[in-house]
Design a protein around this ligand. Structure first.
Ligand code: ZN
Length: 292
C-alpha cells in the first residue's frame, strides 16, 4: 500500500497519478489530515486493505511531506562503513551517533533549496522510516510492525557549521531551511521483497554520486528501533533518517559541494525519486561560521 499527503489530505494511491481520498472513502473515519492516519495506524491499515472510492487525480506539485508534523525526527550518522571511511572516521560496528533535524527544515519531495552563503552543502540520500504504532522497548523482532512505511529523504548537511568548534553540531548543520525534503509518498514495508535490503542513491545532473543498499547498514532498521526505544518513546508519525551510503561530496577528491542551478535526484528502489534544485543564499542570511 502507498499513501500520500496530497493537497494536505491523506490519499491512498492506486497508481503514481491516481488515488482515493481517505477521509471521503472512509466516511470520515480517517483523515483528512495524514497524521490522523498514523494516529490510528492499525485500524487504518485494516480498513485500507479493502478500501474503495472515487478516483482522484494526483498532481505531483501538490505532494507534501508524507509525515508533515512529526513529534520527533531522528537522524542516524555514519550508519554505513564505506561512508564512515569517506568521512574520515574509524570504521567500526559500534552503535552510530544520533541527532535531530529540526522540524522547521522538513519539506515535501520536489523543492528549491537555498544554499547558505559561504557554506559547503552536501547531499545524503537516506531511507526514512515513518512510525505507525509508537512505544518504548520495542524488540528488533517486532520492530517492522511499528513502521507505517518508508519514504525517501535527503539529509542536506552544511559541513562547516556541522564541524565547527570543538564539538560537532550535527543538528544545526543539518537543519537549515529546506534541508529535510521527504517523499514523494509512503510505501508500507510489505511492498518490498526484503525491507532490509533496498537500493538507494543519488545523482547530480545525471552524474551518479551514490548507489548503495540498506543491506550494508551497520545498525539496520529493526536494531535502530530497538536501540532508540530503550531511551525514547516513539510516537505515530515520527521520522527516522537512517543514514547515508557512500558517495557524498566531502568524501570525493577534490571535495565537491552543491552549486546554484544544479539538479539533484535522490531515488530509492520500490519508492520512487525526489528532486532538489538550488539557489544562492544572501550573505546577511547565511548562518555559516567564518573559518579563521
Ligand atoms: Zn545523514
Amino acid at each position: 500500500m502507498r499513501i500520500a499527503n496530497h493537497d494536505n489530505k491523506a490519499v491512498l494511491l492506486t497508481s503514481d497519478d491516481s488515488g482515493i481520498d481517505i477521509h471521503e472513502a472512509s466516511g470520515g473515519k480517517f483523515g483528512p489530515d495524514i497524521q490522523s492516519v498514523y494516529d490510528n495506524w492499525s485500524a487504518f491499515s485494516a480498513w485500507a486493505s479493502s478500501a474503495s472510492g472515487s478516483s482522484l487525480a494526483i498532481d505531483r506539485a501538490k505532494l507534501a511531506a508524507p509525515s508533515p508534523e512529526p513529534q520527533q525526527i531522528f537522524a542516524i550518522g555514519l550508519n554505513y562503513q564505506a561512508h564512515q571511511k569517506e568521512a574520515g572516521y574509524k570504521v567500526t560496528t559500534e552503535l552510530p551517533p544520533v541527532f535531530t533535524k529540526w522540524r522547521s527544515s522538513l519539506t515535501g519531495p520536489d523543492t528549491q533549496v537555498t544554499l547558505p552563503h559561504g557554506g559547503n552543502v552536501d547531499w545524503e540520500c537516506e531511507l526514512v522510516v515513518v512510525i505507525g504504532e509508537g512505544g518504548r522497548n520495542i524488540s528488533a523482532a517486532n520492530a517492522w510492525d511499528h513502521v507505517a512505511g518508508l519514504t525517501i529523504g535527503q539529509d542536506f548537511s552544511e559541513r562547516i557549521r556541522q564541524q565547527f568548534g570543538q564539538a560537532p553540531q550535527y543538528s544545526l548543520g543539518k537543519s537549515f531551511a529546506g534541508f529535510a525534503p521527504t517523499g514523494p509518498w509512503l510505501v508500507t514495508p510489505d511492498e518490498f521483497s526484503n525491507p532490509d535490503a533496498i537500493r538507494l542513491g543519488s545523482d547530480i545532473d545525471g552524474e551518479v554520486q551514490q548507489n548503495g543498499t540498506t543491506a550494508d547498514m551497520i545498525c539496520p532498521v529493526p536494531q535502530l528501533l530497538e536501540f532508540l526505544s530503550k531511551i525514547v518513546e516513539f510516537r505515530p508519525g515520527d521520522l527516522i533518517f537512517t543514514g547515508t551510503p557512500s558517495g557524498v561530496g566531502m568524501g570525493q577528491n577534490p571535495k565537491r559541494f552543491l552549486k546554484p542551478g544544479e539538479n539533484l535526484r535522490s531515488w530509492i528502489e520500490g519508492i520512487g525519486e525526489i528532486h532538489s534544485t538550488f539557489r544562492a543564499g544572501k550573505p546577511e542570511e547565511s548562518g555559516v561560521p567564518i573559518e579563521s
